[in-house]
Design a protein around this ligand. Structure first.
Ligand code: BGC
Length: 340
């Protein structure tokens, strides 16, 4: 009888202790969230700026709420299989949400299956998975900027300059603006759309343009610099304008012009408003760029991920299209807009 009573008491005691532990664990969970972030290429200038903003957002949130944010940010080194393994590791580490900048945007399937199996939500950003993949689960999101809008703003910066003073672009006054075009990766949704709409905007606005040549520099400063060096040799007295799908390539073209001692005041325009590009606009070395408002862009990524991690309804904090897409606001950046 005594043995039974002792045993019963012990059971009761361990039940109380266990319940206490569970409560503690739940409270502990609320005090900390873990996010796994993977970017396609560490050196990418745009993503470097975005990464910094994202870290900033996490820090601000920690300070405001006291909730600890553990954010692992890793480099997928331009390999989809490396990124797939990173996702596997994030899941095994117990991440509450993933923020993924796909290496190959058409190959999101493996990541989506892993995430669904483990019930871990994913915020894709900047490199948009195909719609079919995005539709597979209601805990998949995408944050990015509308590529057509970036390009229309880029074209408008140029058309406004031409309207104000045709000689600002038509350097030799022959009635035609001769341009070269620097394009991003061919597989990236932004490249084709930006190219198409930047040129279309110039045509719609009646700017007389003629393409001399163009090439793919994969968003990369040094690849763009090498292409521009080649073009400066081929068309020493003809290039009047460089239209670039992003800032880093525009800066690469500028590097080549400065290296080759190009005497003509060739105009350049980019997209992204990276800190280096904004500085170049301020110095008059770049005619303009397009801001994708990286602070709200990063905020959207972070808020979606942390709401999902904490079980809060995302749409109370971030306005989404179709329950899963967030497109950041964009604006022109020119010497005039900077001095406003
Ligand atoms: C940006 C580029 C960047 C690329 C990477 C684009 O939206 O404009 O600067 O290299 O995304 O995915």
């Amino acid at each position: 009888m005594r043995r039974k009573m002792v045993c019963g008491c012990l059971c009761l005691l361990s039940a109380v202790v266990l319940a206490g532990c569970q409560d503690g664990a739940e409270q502990e969970e609320k005090k900390s969230i873990r996010l796994g972030v993977s970017v396609y290429r560490w050196e990418d200038a745009f993503l470097t700026t975005l990464r910094t903003e994202l870290e900033e957002k996490a820090k601000e949130y920690e300070q405001e709420t006291g909730i600890k944010v553990v954010m692992d940010i890793v480099d997928a080194k331009e390999s989809q299989s490396v990124q797939n393994s990173q996702v596997e590791r994030f899941i095994s580490l117990g991440c509450d949400a993933l923020c993924i900048n796909m290496v190959d945007r058409s190959a999101a399937s493996d990541i989506i299956v892993q995430a669904m199996d483990a019930d871990v939500p994913v915020v894709f950003f900047n490199r948009e998975p195909v719609e079919e993949d995005m539709e597979r689960w209601d805990r998949l999101y995408y944050v990015g900027a509308d590529a057509k809008q970036s390009a229309v703003i880029q074209g408008t910066i140029l058309a406004d300059a031409y309207d104000g003073d045709p000689s600002s672009l038509d350097l030799n006054g022959d009635g035609v603006v001769k341009y070269v075009l620097l394009e991003g990766e061919s597989s990236h949704q932004d490249s084709l759309i930006r190219t198409e709409w930047s040129i279309q905007t110039l045509k719609d606005r009646g700017v007389p343009i003629e393409k001399l040549t163009g090439g793919i520099a994969n968003w990369d400063r040094s690849q763009a610099s090498a292409l521009m060096e080649q073009w400066l040799e081929e068309y020493p007295d003809e290039i009047e304008l460089v239209i670039s799908n992003n800032d880093d390539m525009a800066l690469g073209a500028l590097d080549a012009m400065e290296r080759c001692g190009s005497a003509r005041p060739i105009k350049l325009v980019g997209i992204d408003a990276t800190p280096a590009a904004v500085e170049a606009v301020r110095e008059g070395r770049l005619m303009g760029t397009v801001s994708q408002d990286l602070e709200t862009y990063a905020d959207a990524i972070f808020q979606i991920a942390r709401c999902e991690a904490e079980g809060e309804p995302v749409e109370e904090h971030v306005q989404l299209e179709g329950g899963k897409y967030y497109r950041s606001a964009q604006a022109p950046v020119t010497a005039a807009s900077l001095s406003d």
